[in-house]
Unconditional design. Structure first.
Length: 404
């Protein structure tokens, strides 16, 4: 095994008779280096943005959400509370009431979604999502709310304004009166205390206020649309979901945070692997330089092949020499690209020298994962090997009698 490795190594770094072989070999190494470099950087950037979005989602969505299957709202009874309390690891149960409403501020009016939350709502994590103001829902004497950045932008609404925000919705307990439409509406007022950013579909329509305000506005006294559960950090979310399904029965639907944001996770995954496929295709195209380099090397080394065969070297050994030659080109070029990319990504992780202006974070988020490095190196190695198969086979079939 050492013999073909040694010969391939000498062929790679020795001076060729035809200078074009050196040039093509250098171009092949450069192509693999640039391709591997780009692959590591792009995949690490995807990882960084995925972690950023996932972190924001984790601060907004609960570990587990419970809703009723057959009805829109339900009551958080003592019986339901006792069933949930038997599940180990549940540290918080927040009551939530959500509904579409009309929000009006000054001359601006938009369709939004009210999210009324109980006093034990997880404000600790949510505080990190506030970009302006603070998380303050007020009390029964004066109501406040925190608004999604997109919704507040549409309303031209900022915390600290004196004019109240009007929230109204059709009343459930009266029929529509065409002569007096306002009598058919339930109307409440609040002020903005803060603005938050999570993801576009939430930012554009959601505002959070107290559960009392939402129940009064929507005429749902004592009723909620969901329960949001917080778990201990060491608790397995999937295990907790299965236990809750078992104790709650078929009347309730239990979903984890990933199930609530399934589309986002699928989009990130598909975009990442689609980009990887494109970069792998670029590497494949670059690998044809190795093909050309090896074909020319076979022609250049015909006499060497003849000498080796006359000394009794088997065709399999000759084939391995040129297979390793192609693999060397890919591995050396790709390896240099991978090392440089790792240095770049790690320096960005630790020093954050590449910044973003007017964004949620100051630096470009990146994360270097070992699986991405191994995947890139494997891709480079496999392509180098596959593209070398034909030239290596041709070298092995070279007949001594045809060598000049």
């Amino acid at each position: 095994m050492r013999f073909p490795l040694f010969i391939a190594y000498r062929y790679l770094f020795s001076k060729k008779k035809v200078n074009a072989i050196n040039i093509i070999t250098g171009i092949a190494m450069l192509g693999f280096g640039v391709g591997a470099f780009a692959m590591i950087v792009v995949l690490s950037t995807f990882n960084g943005f995925e972690n950023l979005v996932e972190g924001m989602i984790n601060n907004y969505d609960p570990e587990i959400r419970i809703t009723a299957k057959a009805k829109k709202t339900f009551v958080y009874t003592s019986e339901l509370e006792s069933k949930i309390s038997v599940i180990e690891g549940v540290i918080r149960v927040s009551e939530v009431l959500e509904e579409k409403v009309v929000v009006k501020y000054d001359e601006h009016q938009e369709i939004g979604k009210i999210k009324g939350v109980s006093e034990n709502y997880n404000t600790g994590k949510f505080d990190s999502l506030i970009v302006i103001g603070n998380f303050n829902l007020g009390d029964s004497s004066r109501y406040f709310g925190v608004f999604g950045g997109g919704l507040s932008g549409k309303l031209n609404l900022f915390p600290g304004t004196t004019e109240p925000v009007t929230v109204f919705v059709p009343r459930r307990d009266v029929k529509y009166n065409s002569l007096n439409p306002m009598a058919s509406l339930s109307t409440q007022y609040l002020r903005a205390s803060g603005i938050f950013l999570v993801k576009e579909e939430v930012d554009d329509e959601v505002f959070i206020t107290s559960l009392e305000f939402a129940q009064k506005l929507l005429s749902y006294p004592g009723q909620i649309t969901a329960l949001e559960l917080g778990l201990q950090s060491e608790m397995n979310i999937d295990d907790a979901r299965e236990k809750l399904k078992e104790v709650l029965g078929a009347d309730y639907e239990v979903k984890t945070r990933k199930e609530l944001n399934e589309l986002i996770y699928k989009i990130f995954s598909s975009e990442k692997w689609f980009t990887f496929a494109i970069l792998a295709l670029v590497l494949f195209i670059s690998s044809f330089n190795i093909f050309g380099s090896l074909i020319m090397l076979v022609l250049d080394k015909k006499k060497d092949i003849g000498i080796l065969k006359s000394m009794g070297t088997e065709d399999g050994i000759i084939r391995k020499v040129f297979l390793w030659q192609g693999s060397y080109i890919a591995i050396v070029g790709g390896g240099i690209g991978i090392v440089l990319a790792c240095i770049l990504v790690l320096s960005q992780e630790h020093f954050g020298w590449l910044t973003i202006e007017n964004a949620i974070v100051d630096e470009y988020p990146v994360e270097l994962l070992l699986r991405d490095v191994l995947l890139t190196f494997s891709t480079v190695s496999i392509l180098g090997y596959l593209i070398s198969l034909y030239p290596a086979s041709r070298a092995a079939k070279t007949e001594i009698s045809k060598i000049n």
